[in-house]
Design a protein around this ligand. Structure first.
Ligand code: IPE
Ligand code: IPE
Ligand code: MG
Ligand code: MG
Ligand code: MG
Length: 297
C-alpha cells in the first residue's frame, strides 16, 4: 500500500465514526444539556487513534474494517469520558482540551461528571445493540468483557488512581510503568485486541499483538509526557506544563528528557518488531505506530 493510503483510510473511518457519534447521541431520549455536553467533547476533535488502531487491525486480517464500527465508537466514547474526568478540578484541573475549553468550563462540573458517566454507560449499550449480522454473539461478549476490564479498576481507572497516588512522589520505573500501562495502555491494547477478535486472529497473532500493544502504550504515554513539557499549546490543544504543576510522576521527571526519549525509542522498536510476526498486511499499523511516536500533538 502506498503511504498516502493511511491518510485516505484515516479520513474515511474518522468520518464514519463521527457520523455514528452524532446519530447515537442525537437519538437519545435524554435532557438536551446532557446530549450537548456529550457531543461537545466527542466532536471537539481528537486524533481518533484508538478507533484507527481498531480498524487497521481488522484490515490486517483482510476483513471489512466497518465491522468494528460499534466497538471503535464505544472505545472512543470511553476515552472521551476519561478525558472529561481527567480535566476536572479534582483531577488534573485543566481548562483546555482538544483546542477548546474543557467540558466543565462550558457546562459546569456536575454536568461534566454526568456527561462522562453517560458516555461510559452508553458505550456498552451501543456495543450490546450492534446487529448480529455485524458481530456474532460470541465475539460481542468477548468485546464487552475486554472493554469492561480495560476501562475499569484493572485498567484505565486503576491507572488514573495510581497516577494520583504518584503525585508528589518519586516512583521507581516499575511503578511509573504500571501507571502508563494502565491509564493509557489498556484502552490502546483494547482497541488493537478488539480488532484482532473481529479479524479472527489466531493465538500466536493475538500474543504478538498484545506485545505490540504493550510497547505502543508505553511509547504513546512517554510521547504525551514529553509533549507536556516541550509541546506547543496551540498544536497539542491542551495546556503545556500541567504535569509539573500537578507534581506528576512522568518519564521525563524520572529519567530526564534524554532518558525519556531513549525509552520512547526502545519501545517504538520493540512495538515494530512484534508487528513483524503478525502477518504481511500490517502496513497501516506500522504507519500508525510511526505517527504515535513522532507526533507533535
Ligand atoms: C490523551 O489521549 C490522553 C492520554 C491517554 C495520554 P490522546 O492523545 O489520544 O487524545 P485525543 O483523543 O487525540 O484528544
Ligand atoms: C491521562 O493522562 C490519561 C487518561 C485520560 C486516562 P494525562 O493526564 O497525561 O492525559 P492528558 O495529558 O491530560 O491528555
Ligand atoms: Mg491525568
Ligand atoms: Mg491530564
Ligand atoms: Mg499528559
Amino acid at each position: 500500500m502506498p503511504s498516502s493510503s493511511l491518510n485516505i483510510f484515516s479520513e474515511k473511518y474518522k468520518e464514519i465514526i463521527e457520523n455514528q457519534f452524532r446519530r447515537s447521541v442525537e437519538g437519545l431520549q435524554a435532557p438536551n444539556v446532557l446530549k450537548e455536553a456529550m457531543l461537545y467533547s466527542l466532536e471537539a476533535g481528537g486524533k481518533r487513534i484508538r478507533p484507527l488502531l481498531l480498524f487497521a487491525t481488522i484490515d490486517a486480517f483482510q476483513k471489512d474494517p466497518e465491522i468494528g464500527l460499534h466497538a471503535a465508537a464505544a472505545i472512543e466514547m470511553i476515552h472521551t469520558y476519561s478525558l472529561i474526568h481527567d480535566d476536572l478540578p479534582s483531577m488534573d484541573n485543566d481548562d483546555l482540551r482538544r483546542g477548546k475549553p474543557t467540558n466543565h468550563i462550558v457546562f459546569g462540573e456536575a454536568n461534566a461528571i454526568l456527561a462522562g458517566d453517560a458516555l461510559l454507560t452508553y458505550s456498552f449499550q451501543l456495543l450490546a445493540e450492534a446487529p448480529e449480522s455485524t458481530i456474532s454473539l460470541k465475539n460481542k461478549l468477548a468485546l464487552i468483557q475486554l472493554l469492561a476490564q480495560s476501562a475499569g479498576a484493572e485498567g484505565m481507572v486503576g491507572g488514573q488512581v495510581a497516577d494520583m497516588i504518584g503525585e508528589e512522589k518519586t516512583l521507581n520505573l516499575d511503578e511509573l510503568q504500571y501507571i502508563h500501562l494502565h491509564k493509557t495502555g489498556k484502552l490502546l491494547t483494547c482497541s488493537i485486541l478488539s480488532g484482532a477478535i473481529l479479524g479472527e486472529a489466531n493465538k500466536e497473532q493475538m500474543e504478538q499483538l498484545e506485545k505490540f500493544s504493550y510497547h505502543l502504550g508505553l511509547a504513546f504515554q512517554i510521547r504525551d509526557d514529553l509533549l507536556d513539557i516541550s509541546g506547543d499549546e496551540s498544536i497539542i490543544g491542551k495546556p503545556v506544563g500541567s504535569d509539573e504543576e500537578n507534581h506528576k510522576a512522568t518519564y521525563p521527571s524520572l529519567l530526564g528528557m534524554n532518558g525519556a526519549e531513549e525509552a520512547l525509542e526502545k519501545h517504538y522498536h520493540l512495538a515494530k518488531e512484534a508487528l513483524l510476526n503478525v502477518g504481511d498486511r500490517t502496513r497501516l499499523l506500522e504507519e500508525l505506530t510511526d505517527i504515535i511516536v513522532k507526533r507533535d500533538h
